[in-house]
Design a protein around this ligand. Structure first.
Ligand SMILES: [Zn+2]
Length: 329
């Protein structure tokens, strides 16, 4: 048993950004490397970049022992095989043995996890959910990811596909979602949904302010629509009201199902919190009998973009603590 200080490596492998960090057992971010994910260059290139950065961090952490590597991936993971089952953001990675490949290259235990699950774990470890044993997270980005922590652990379900909160139906005849269903929360509260609603309003001439904003910047973003809402534009405000009400329906359902102490909203759209908070809370209050009877917190993420990175880094520490890492000693 070495007395060396331990650290773990967390990797946030996104479709655009590849971020790698060395993290202490107390959840302090010690060193970080941020790269572009060269998806177009192919899988081998991305893995080589990742492995290179991890070796770089190991070099900087000389004298400390590596507890393991956790990798958060945007997609459905096969936990048993350590493969990505399905990931629209990482084409060509399906059914490729990512975990075993990286373990072989680095000779350290690797744990693969869905990125929203990793974010939920990060918030639980050192973020908004530090004091609670369970929480749900919704990551509001291009799509909507979900993660559920029960008794301190990620809820995976039977096949590792549990916690797909973004595909909760909130309107049976609603807008078409990327998953093929109608009326998922993702079709109402993701950045993609906000853009769709804004373009629809512009196309029928309903919002001169949004049209001007779009012309000024070339391409609309959810953030610009948020700023337009904060400047008082009625249509942009209505869009964020619908975002808030839709999230309220979804979270009201989650509160009724789980009776957990905390529900966290993360991702880019959550930065528009003050444009939708009142509508969200109003809807939860109206719809959830459990919410009305309990002390339940609904809050924006504390860790922001670092949640997934820190959660990924926590995976090896958690595995070691629960005995699953015993084989590595
Ligand atoms: Zn869906």
């Amino acid at each position: 048993m070495s007395q060396a200080k331990a650290f773990s490596i967390g990797v946030d492998l996104g479709g655009t950004n590849l971020r790698i960090a060395a993290v202490s057992p107390q959840g302090e971010l010690l060193e970080k490397i941020a790269l572009d994910t060269e998806v177009k260059e192919g899988r081998e290139r991305v893995i080589a970049d990742m492995v290179g950065a991890i070796r770089d961090l190991q070099g900087r952490m000389r004298g400390a022992s590596l507890a393991g590597i956790g990798i958060g991936v945007p997609g459905v993971i096969n936990l048993a095989t350590g493969m990505i089952r399905q990931s629209p953001n990482l084409p060509g990675w399906n059914e490729f043995p990512v975990r075993d490949d990286i373990e072989r290259l680095l000779k350290a235990p690797v744990i693969l996890e869905n990125d929203a699950n990793a974010a939920a774990l990060g918030e639980h470890w050192v973020g908004a959910g530090k004091e609670v044993s369970g929480l749900c997270i919704l990551t509001l980005g291009t799509g909507i990811g979900g993660g559920i922590i029960l008794d301190g652990k990620i809820w995976h379900g039977q096949d590792g596909m549990g916690g797909e909160l973004g595909h909760m139906t909130i309107d049976p005849n609603g807008a078409l979602c990327g998953c093929g269903n109608l009326g998922c929360i993702e079709a109402y509260a993701s950045a993609t949904a906000i853009l769709r609603m804004a373009h629809a309003a512009i196309n029928v001439g309903r919002s001169p302010a949004l049209r001007r904003a779009a012309e000024e910047v070339g391409e609309l973003t959810a953030e610009i629509i948020y700023i337009t809402a904060q400047q008082g534009d009625r249509v942009a405000r209505e869009i964020f009201e619908l975002v808030g009400r839709s999230l309220g329906v979804a979270i009201g359902n989650l509160v009724n199902i789980f009776n957990l102490p905390l529900y966290v909203l993360a991702g880019g759209v959550a930065r528009g919190w003050d444009a939708f908070e009142a509508h969200l809370m109003d809807e939860v209050q109206k719809r959830s009998v459990v919410y009305r009877a309990t002390q339940t917190r609904i809050e924006p993420s504390k860790l922001g973009a670092e949640a997934g990175l820190l959660g990924a880094a926590y995976l090896p520490f958690q595995a070691a603590a629960s005995g699953a890492g015993a084989a590595a000693h």
